[in-house]
Design a protein around this ligand. Sequence first.
Ligand SMILES: [Ca+2]
Length: 183
Amino acid sequence: MTTRESGFSFIDVMIAVSILLVGVLALGAALTIAIARAQESEEQIRAKQIATTTAESIFAARDIQTQSLGWSAIRNGTGIPDAQGVGSFLTGFQPVYDGPGQDGIVGTADDSRGPDGIAGNADDHRLIDGYTRQIQITSLPDDVGFNPPRDNFKQVVVTINYSVNNAPRSVDVTTFIALYQFS
Ligand SMILES: [Ca+2]
């Protein structure tokens, strides 16, 4: 006489485990994607923040009347402004620091130095690793018919390059700045 045994066979258990495993793997993959997205969005927010504060700093540079800055300083150059503000903002992609340096303006040659303007001591600004910044300032012809042109209106494009998991990313902020000062 044979007895019919009830319960789960080995095959039943294997099928159940396989289904469970597929579910767990899918969950793991979803979690990995979610974490990557969160990290990406965090870095994107930071890049956008750097771009925005840079643009604000350029507006501040227009308004600063000391240190020979002012409207004439709103242009690209060597990063070291002369008496006319020529050479104010560095060209090309540059490292980003967590402060503006002695001149109080980001995107110039002294950014890595701290408020004292001297390199290599305790108040040096920290490099913000993984981000580079480009400031492009272009004069716009707002003054058709004026000779010489008045140069009263400029376009400012701030581009921040960064990477997420070795994939290059970029954000930019475009704004316009006009000659307007309280006197
Ligand atoms: Ca500076």
